[in-house]
Ligand binder design. Structure first.
Ligand code: FES
Length: 139
């Protein structure tokens, strides 16, 4: 099993509809909640939670991305700092065990469906790119 990494922007602000927690940014609040929700998986090295500083989507806070070698990459935005952590943690667990990270749509929570902004295919090693695609890309 390839170890997924959940990247979360620690600097995202709380959305206007949510009250903040003192000086703590919304993204850091979300990271703290995720650390609690994923404590067991993080301790066992099954999921990595990585704080990042701005993902260039500040007007769609909070932002996160889930990726692993050979798997789809999910980009999430408009995550609630105070309510998204349980759904995001559950999606990380589903993603960790799903082939290619392709969690069946029907198994995704409504919050995850709503927050999913983009899904990218796995990166292909250069050697794995079919010859016809390499020549097409050269033009
Ligand atoms: S501050 Fe979070 S995306 Fe810019």
């Amino acid at each position: 099993m390839t170890q997924p990494t959940l990247f979360v922007c620690a600097l995202c602000k709380f959305p206007a509809a949510e009250s903040g927690a003192g000086d703590t940014p919304g993204g850091q609040h979300l990271l703290d909640r995720l650390t609690d929700c994923l404590n067991a998986e993080i301790s066992k090295g099954e999921i990595t939670l990585q704080s990042v500083r701005c993902m260039a989507a500040c007007d769609r806070a909070c932002n996160a991305a889930l990726s692993a070698p050979g798997k789809l990459t999910f980009i999430f935005n408009n995550l609630s700092p105070s309510q998204s952590a349980p759904d995001l943690a559950e999606f990380c667990r589903q993603y960790a065990t799903a082939a290619n990270g392709k969690v069946p749509y029907g198994l995704r929570s409504p919050a995850i469906k709503q927050a999913t902004a983009y899904v990218l295919p796995p990166l292909l090693a250069e050697a794995a790119i079919p010859e016809r695609n390499v020549s097409r890309m050269a033009h």
